[in-house]
Write a protein that binds this ligand. Structure first.
Ligand SMILES: [Zn+2]
Length: 470
C-alpha cells in the first residue's frame, strides 16, 4: 500500500513537468514494483500487482504467455480497464497506476504434459518460471530497476532478498527471471565457500529431505573436479517430485537468470541408492562451469556439460574409466543414430535433435580437450578455458570462446578444429580419435588398451590437485 501511495505522488510530480525532455526517464527513478501474494482459494495461484511509475514505456509482456487471460489496469482516477493479453502483450492505458491479475499455478484440464514453466506442484508447494507469470516491460534498459515482494508463502527466487525480504532487481533480470518456488521445504548445501539453497517441492516416497540434499551436495562437490572453486557464491535449486517415476533425475534444466537457477524433476518413488547412477543433477550443475553463450550455442554448452558429466564422475570415482568410456561411446552411438549422414553443421541447427546436438557437442569437447593437452604437452586442458572465461554472470560468444581456447593453447587451434568437424558428416572424427586414445568398442562394452594417446586418455580421468597451478 505504501509503495502505491508513493508512486501516485511521483506520477503527479512527473505529470506537472511532462514537457521537460528526459531521454530515459525511467532510469534512476522509482523501480517497477511487483507485489505477489500466494493464495490457495479457489485453487492455488498468485495474485500479482504491478506498480509501474508514470514514465514506464506502455508496452508490457508475458515473456512466456499462456495462463493469464485478463489484466485489470487501474488509472489515476480509479477507472478500471479489463485487458486481454494478445500474444502475451499488454498496452497500459495512460496514467496506469496498478495492473492486477491472477496467475493460476494449476494447469487447466486442456493443458497437457509437464509444466515446468507454467506451474507444477501439489498442496502448497509450487514450481513456476518467472517468465510465465511476471508481466514485464517489453523493452528493458540497463538502468531500469524492479522490486519484488512476496506475501502469503515462503518463496525461493534466484536472487537474494534484502533485509526487508524484498528482491532488488535490475531490469535485465526480468528478461530471464529464472525458476521460482513457492512453499515447500528448504535445505542448504555448502560447497566450499558457496551456498546452494534447495527447495523441496512435494512428497517423496522413500527419500528424506536429507537424502535429497546429500544428492545435491554430491553433484555440487563433483563440480570441483572440473573447476577450482564453485562458480557462483549462491545458487538456487528446486526439486519437484514426479508421481509414478523411480528415476531420481527425471529431467533437469538450468535457466540463465543471474545467478542461474536450476530445477530438477525427481521420480517420486526413487531411492537414495539410485543416486549413485544419476547424472542429471551433475549435468545441470556443470552448466554453471561455462559462460552463458550469447547468442545461444546449444551444441557447445550441452557438449561441455555432457562431456564433463562423464569426466567428473570418473574423477570423483563414482564410475570406473571403463564405465566412463562406455557411457561416452554409447552416447556417441546414440548421437550418430540421430545425426544420420548429415554434417555436424546441419545437426546442430536442428532445434529438436537433442541426441545429435548433445553428443556431437560432447565429441567436440573431448576432441578439444585432447588437442589442448596434445599441443601443450599436457600443461593445459579444457578446464583452463573455463577458468579463463569465468566471472560470475559472464557471457561468451563462439568467437570469444575460441579466442580463449587459442590463448590457453598458446597457438591457433579452435577454428581449425571446428572446421574439421562442422562440414563433415557428424562423428567422422570419432573413430580415429578413439583409436588414438586406445578405446576399442566391443560387443560387451569397451576395452582400454595401450595406444599413442592412451597416457593422455588416462590423464583425462584425473582432477587437478586443488591449488596446483597449470
Ligand atoms: Zn544441459
Amino acid at each position: 500500500m505504501m509503495a502505491r501511495a508513493w508512486l501516485l505522488v511521483l506520477a503527479l510530480t512527473l505529470g506537472a513537468c511532462a514537457s521537460a525532455p528526459l531521454p530515459a526517464p525511467w532510469e534512476d527513478e522509482a523501480p517497477l514494483f511487483y507485489r505477489i501474494t500466494y493464495t490457495r482459494e479457489p485453487t492455488p495461484g498468485l495474485n500479482v500487482e504491478v506498480f509501474p511509475s508514470r514514465s514506464f514505456p506502455p508496452e508490457f509482456l508475458f515473456r512466456q504467455p499462456g495462463r493469464v487471460t485478463s489484466v485489470i489496469a487501474t488509472d489515476i482516477k480509479g477507472n478500471q480497464f479489463d485487458i486481454t493479453p494478445r500474444d502475451g502483450a499488454v498496452y497500459l492505458p495512460g496514467w496506469t497506476t496498478v495492473l492486477r491479475y491472477r496467475y493460476p499455478l494449476v494447469a487447466s484440464p486442456g493443458e497437457r504434459g509437464r509444466h515446468m514453466f507454467g506451474g507444477m506442484g501439489e498442496g502448497d508447494a509450487w514450481h513456476v518460471a518467472g517468465k510465465a507469470y511476471l508481466l514485464t516491460p517489453r523493452r528493458v534498459t540497463p538502468g531500469m530497476r524492479a522490486e519484488i515482494a512476496v506475501y502469503g508463502t515462503r518463496a525461493l527466487l534466484p536472487w537474494t532478498p534484502d533485509e526487508r525480504g524484498v528482491y532488488q532487481l535490475r531490469g535485465l533480470d526480468l528478461i530471464d527471471a529464472g525458476f521460482h518456488a513457492f512453499g515447500g521445504r528448504r535445505c542448504t548445501v555448502h560447497i566450499g565457500e558457496s551456498v546452494l539453497e534447495v527447495a523441496l517441492l512435494g512428497r517423496f516416497t522413500h527419500l528424506s529431505d536429507a537424502d535429497l540434499c546429500e544428492w545435491i551436495s554430491q553433484a555440487g562437490g563433483e563440480v570441483l573436479t572440473v573447476r577450482k572453486s564453485f562458480p557462483y557464491p549462491r545458487v538456487t535449486v528446486r526439486l519437484v517430485p514426479v508421481p509414478g517415476k523411480t528415476t531420481p533425475g527425471e529431467f533437469g534444466m538450468t535457466l540463465w537468470s543471474s545467478p542461474p537457477s536450476i530445477s530438477i524433476l525427481v521420480g517420486q518413488d526413487a531411492t537414495a541408492e539410485s543416486f549413485a547412477k544419476d547424472w542429471v543433477a551433475l549435468h545441470e550443475m556443470l552448466h554453471l562451469t561455462h559462460p552463458a553463450f550469447v547468442p545461444r550455442e546449444a551444441w557447445l554448452s550441452e557438449g561441455l556439460a555432457t562431456y564433463f558429466t562423464e569426466i567428473a564422475r570418473v574423477r570423483s570415482r563414482r564410475q570406473t574409466a571403463e564405465q566412463t568410456w562406455r557411457e561416452l561411446t554409447n552416447g556417441f552411438a546414440r548421437g550418430q543414430a540421430a545425426a544420420g549422414s548429415r554434417a555436424m553443421r546441419e545437426v546442430v541447427a536442428e532445434e529438436g535433435n537433442y541426441m545429435g546436438i548433445y553428443w556431437t557437442g560432447a565429441l567436440f569437447a573431448l576432441h578439444l580437450d585432447v588437442e589442448l593437452r596434445r599441443v601443450t604437452e599436457g600443461r593445459a586442458r579444457l578446464e583452463d578455458v573455463l577458468e579463463l572465461l569465468a566471472a560470475p554472470g559472464s557471457t561468451a560468444t563462439l568467437e570469444s570462446f575460441g579466442a580463449a581456447v587459442d590463448m590457453v593453447a598458446g597457438q591457433p587451434l579452435f577454428d581449425a578444429l571446428l572446421a574439421r568437424h562442422l562440414p563433415k558428416p557428424a562423428f567422422s572424427e570419432l573413430a580415429p580419435l578413439l583409436e588414438n586414445l586406445g578405446v576399442r568398442i566391443d560387443p560387451g562394452g569397451v576395452t582400454l588398451h595401450a595406444a599413442p594417446g592412451s597416457v593422455l586418455r588416462e590423464d583425462l580421468d584425473v582432477a587437478r590437485r586443488p591449488g596446483a597451478s597449470r
